[in-house]
Design a protein around this ligand. Structure first.
Ligand SMILES: Cc1ncc(COP(=O)(O)O)c(C=O)c1O
Length: 444
């Protein structure tokens, strides 16, 4: 029997060949850090619904799901149609459009805390703007961020990540206060000592859309009351959880209303796009005002060539209108529940240490036992992180790819409303085969 790595190499000669060329053009041979893989990453050619195909013609059930953007699967016919029609009408009209109004209304209809909204081109831009708005609104400098929570790659967002910091000035990080995730008393301690805190940003279901969860509803409620008490802007980064944790995001699922929300991915119908929305008086820091009483030097400046570009606008509006009127989330959540059950049964049946947890259509696998409720895992974050970084997980990811399943990062299945029961069964078969090959190599 070939090893997992031998099989990977044998099955993907076309990807190996393309990577050899890419390595001469791109740093590390790739165009996104998480696409880096040894001995080479896979090159994809096209996708449809829950499936995609690579350069060697291998078919995959896809759980990368456009890094979470594809709640409606690849090339959803209605989104494809809307975008195709818009391309023929113009991709940048150099002015305001009706489509951006339709898009914004689709957001406010689903997310009640969003009174006003501003569009961007990515989630990174959205979190950068949210932090700037919080600072401008309060006149204070610092932002609290939670350890391991991901908000993109701009200078402030990188504070408290495991990545290095070359190229980031000390001064940027000096304005960030990183506290342990899930620990209310740590936040309370900072707020009672430091009067210069403008905002607090977090992924509301825990770092990496719930890979590292906490006692979510109580923690979010606690943060809401602490930030209100101290006059600090509470920012939910719903770039992944927005429209996925529920149609109204994690905030609707848990009944906690932030001051600002950052969105990307699903919000733009899986085209490039982002948004910051929230309380009108905060978002209005961007507004031009005719008011002579208003000190215009306080205004937050915000250009951006592709803000609310018409292609993303029609894709986003079409996607969000479907989420509002059809059982999109119910379907994706039901498929994810079936997958999670099946994975947990498999770990039990095969007596392999591991479990799957997660909320809504976000499923995380940890190769270690835990008796959590399978929604909010209670293992220490350090243990989950250590397990996910192990060679076993590299083998699991490659083994799944050998067996026709592609997962997000190293541990996650992001399920779409186009995955079917039969796709889930096929996925579970692939997982079982993967565990068997891992066992043969002494990795399970
Ligand atoms: C929670 C969260 N915030 C922000 C971002 C950054 O978004 P983008 O990649 O569109 O810049 C991401 C990206 O995955 C994310 O997961």
């Amino acid at each position: 029997m070939p090893t997992i790595l031998e099989e990977y190499t044998a099955k993907h000669p076309g990807s190996a060949q393309r990577y050899a060329e890419a390595a001469t053009i791109f740093p590390g041979g790739v165009t996104h850090d998480t696409r880096y893989a040894t001995p080479f990453p896979l090159y994809m050619t096209h996708g449809s619904g829950p499936r995609k195909w690579d350069a060697d013609g291998n078919e995959y059930i896809d759980y990368v799901s456009g890094h979470g953007a594809l709640l409606l699967g690849h090339s959803h016919p209605e989104i494809a149609d809307a975008v195709s029609r818009q391309i023929l009408r113009g991709t940048h009209l150099g002015g305001s459009t009706e489509e951006e109004i339709r898009w914004a209304k689709a957001i406010t209809a689903l997310v009640p805390s969003v009174e006003k909204v501003r569009f961007h081109s990515s989630g990174t831009e959205a979190t950068l703007m949210a932090m700037r708005l919080a600072r401008a609104y309060t006149g204070k400098a610092k932002i609290i961020k939670l350890q391991d929570h991901f908000h993109g790659w701009h200078d402030y967002a990188m504070a408290g990540s495991d990545q290095g910091a070359p190229g980031i000035p000390e001064a940027s990080w000096g304005s960030m206060i990183v506290v342990p995730s899930g620990d209310l008393s740590a936040v309370e301690d900072v707020l009672s000592r430091d009067p210069d805190v403008a905002g607090l940003i977090l992924e509301p279901t825990g770092a990496h859309y719930g890979q590292l969860p906490y006692d979510t509803p109580n923690y979010l409620k606690g943060l809401r009351s602490l930030t209100t008490h101290h006059g600090v802007v509470l920012i939910f980064d719903e770039v992944v959880t927005g429209f996925r944790a529920s149609p109204g995001g994690a905030q609707a699922k848990y009944g906690v209303s932030p001051d600002l929300t950052t969105m990307a991915k699903i919000v733009a119908g899986a085209l490039p796009g982002g948004a910051v929305g929230g309380k009108a008086d905060i978002v209005d820091m961007i507004a031009h005002r005719g008011d002579p009483e208003w000190d215009n030097s306080r205004r937050v400046y915000h250009p951006g060539t592709f803000n609310a570009n018409p292609l993303s606008a029609v894709a986003g509006a079409t996607c969000l209108e479907m989420i509002a009127t059809r059982p999109v989330n119910e379907t994706a959540d039901a498929m994810a529940a079936q997958l999670k059950r099946g994975l947990n049964d498999l770990f039990g049946k095969m007596e392999v240490a591991g479990h799957a947890h997660g909320i809504a259509s976000m499923v995380h696998v940890v190769l270690a036992d835990c008796d959590c409720d399978r929604e909010l895992c209670i293992m220490p974050h350090s243990r989950i992180k250590e397990t996910t970084a192990s060679a076993k997980v590299t083998a699991m990811k490659r083994g799944l790819q050998n067996n026709g399943v592609d997962i997000m990062g190293r541990d996650a299945f992001l399920v779409s409303a186009t995955h079917t029961e039969s796709d889930i069964d096929t996925t579970l078969d692939a997982f079982e085969k993967t565990l068997i090959t891992m066992r043969a190599e002494g990795l399970a």
